[in-house]
Write a protein of this length. Structure first.
Length: 151
């Protein structure tokens, strides 16, 4: 039986155009996709608005896609990494070094899940899928901002 268009659409968005199904590290691929898509945005209002939209879309779409896919947090869902890397790079200069450091820190925090990321991950729906990545992105961004401030 063919799935309704709305189900297929949320899966396409949640998996980054099915990129989440490729390879052994879909979270890293999702983070790289987000980094690539967000690269042209300089710090400012547009970047903040895009980040907020990605967070909102991620919260809604991730939860719906998980239901369609029949799992609580399928690894193929990478919209959470896209939203997380948007937070990690928000208001940072569009330079390679700062973005690379933010990317590495984001992946580190996404994998290790420092407080309260692990607790958020236990929640159901979109908040449980996306929340830990938002915390990882926030921690990465704050560390890079502190580094830029003191250097």
């Amino acid at each position: 039986m063919k799935r309704p268009f709305s189900h297929r659409l949320v899966v396409v968005i949640a998996t980054g155009g099915y990129l989440g199904y490729i390879g052994p590290a879909p979270g890293t691929l999702g983070s790289l996709l987000g980094l690539f898509l967000l690269w042209p945005l300089s710090p400012g209002t547009t970047q903040v608005l895009v980040t907020l939209v990605l967070i909102g879309v991620g919260l809604v779409v991730a939860g719906r896609a998980a239901k369609v896919m029949g799992a609580q947090d399928p690894s193929a869902i990478i919209i959470d990494e896209i939203a997380g890397i948007a937070v990690a790079t928000a208001l940072l200069p569009p330079r390679v070094l700062e973005r690379a450091v933010a990317f590495v820190l984001f992946r580190l925090f996404d994998i290790t899940k420092p407080f309260p990321a692990r607790q958020l991950e236990r929640l159901s729906g979109g908040l449980g899928i996306v929340g830990d990545d938002l915390i990882a992105g926030l921690y990465a961004n704050l560390l890079v901002q502190v580094w830029l401030f003191i250097s």
